[in-house]
Design a protein around this ligand. Structure first.
Ligand SMILES: Cc1cc2nc3c(=O)[nH]c(=O)nc-3n(C[C@H](O)[C@H](O)[C@H](O)COP(=O)(O)OP(=O)(O)OC[C@H]3O[C@@H](n4cnc5c(N)ncnc54)[C@H](O)[C@@H]3O)c2cc1C
Length: 352
């Protein structure tokens, strides 16, 4: 079987890239091992203003409109909503945070993202907010698991999906890429954190971060808004919600832990004492493919240009991937420059 692109990994990165290339009339085959991945566990949050200093995410002014359009088009195609826009209530942890937010309100370029400010203590229903809060606009979350399920059905129907674990030693790279009965012009690795084991790309400076998330049910109806209090709470319906996520740079595995769970529950208790009767529905863990300079890793192997990588979307895959997918597809098909290209590390990190 001949194909243009052999894509390894059906997480959000591999799925969107395969979809975009198919839309552009390319032949694609996508291989995935079928295990639960970071994309399926992720909350899919998109939050343009982050941190204690309320800083706009780099590139938000072009990344966000591209992402929203892309997910809208996908919703139309699959007749199902994937991106849920929801206001976020950012609860201040101290006066320093409220002062930073007040300053941002003076900056016109922050206006689309910031809403009502209230610095009086505890004015939210059932929520402790001793330093007040600000509403954040243009926030929401992507239902990544649902989207990946639709993509998988589409790929299977179009006979371009195979469930298998690709062993690197089984890949022939000269004169053409060959794996099992598939011959490809190019192989693109979209393996998330697994790239750390990839013999062609393990030299890239990944900084993997484990995260844990809880899905809980509460007997009382919840706020319909996303809460952000250092951790976040996403209401899925009246009673079901997710809280997360932990950041662990030491224990790089996908095992949920009691420590992770208790730190999330403790964090939740700082904003409310009404969450007494909660049932645990799910406790999940996975690994974010973060990078040293917080930029994705995109491009071609320095010695084997037919071997490529599309990875390193860290904790921002939902926001970044639609834009980067389009730009990388342009680069592959039209020879335009690759954004966040890995050639920035050729001289410093690649050893022959
Ligand atoms: C706890 C947690 C919370 C997060 N929260 C958010 C959030 O709120 N917002 C946000 O935007 N992002 C969030 N993220 C990050 C988000 O998950 C990533 O940015 C994005 O999903 C990465 O997608 P990916 O396709 O690169 O990797 P993955 O989703 O990990 O997909 C890689 C796929 O490749 C497969 N694979 C790898 N090697 C092989 C092989 N040799 N053979 C076959 N298959 C292979 C894997 O099994 C997997 O299916 C979170 C991540 C975690 C872990």
């Amino acid at each position: 079987m001949n194909t243009d692109y052999l894509i390894i990994g059906q997480g959000l990165a591999g799925s969107l890239l395969a979809w975009e290339l198919i839309k552009r009339n390319c032949n694609v085959i996508i291989i995935d091992n079928g295990l639960e991945n970071a994309s399926q566990v992720a909350a899919g949050l998109i939050n343009p203003i982050t941190g204690q200093r309320f800083v706009k995410s780099f590139g938000i002014d072009y990344l966000l409109p591209t992402a929203k359009n892309y997910y809208e088009e996908l919703a139309y195609t699959f007749q199902q909503s994937f991106y849920i826009e929801k206001t976020m209530i950012r609860i201040f942890n101290n006066n320093k945070e409220s002062n930073s937010a007040i300053k941002r309100l003076d900056q016109a370029d922050y206006h689309p993202y910031l809403g009502k400010l209230d610095t009086s203590p505890n004015t939210l229903n059932n929520i402790c907010s001793p330093f007040g809060f600000i509403e954040q606009n243009e926030t929401g979350y992507l239902l990544i698991k649902d989207l990946l399920a639709c993509f998988k059905d589409f790929f299977i129907t179009n006979e371009c999906y195979k469930q298998a674990t690709v062993a690197y030693q089984d890949i022939q790279i000269e004169p053409l890429i060959k794996w099992q009965d598939i011959t490809a012009k190019r192989i693109i690795f979209c393996e998330g954190y697994h790239s750390g084991y990839n013999p062609w790309f393990s030299w890239l400076p990944f900084q993997l971060v484990k995260g844990e998330i809880l899905t809980l049910r509460h007997t009382q109806p919840l706020s319909n808004k996303i809460l952000n209090f250092g951790n976040w709470l996403i209401p899925l319906d009246n009673q079901l919600f997710r809280i997360g996520a932990t950041f662990d740079r030491e224990n790089i595995n996908d095992l949920p832990t009691e420590l992770g769970k208790s730190s999330l529950i403790r964090s939740l208790q700082t904003i409310t004492n009404s969450f007494i009767e909660i049932d645990e529905i799910k406790h999940q863990a996975n690994i974010r493919p973060c990078t040293l300079d917080k930029e994705p890793f995109i491009g071609h192997h320095p010695l084997h240009p037919q071997i490529s990588i599309f990875n390193g979307f860290g904790a921002k895959g939902s926001l970044q991937l639609p834009w980067y997918t389009q730009k990388f597809s342009d680069a592959l098909l039209k020879g335009t420059p690759i954004p966040s290209a890995i050639n920035r590390y050729y001289a410093t990190h690649f050893v022959t």
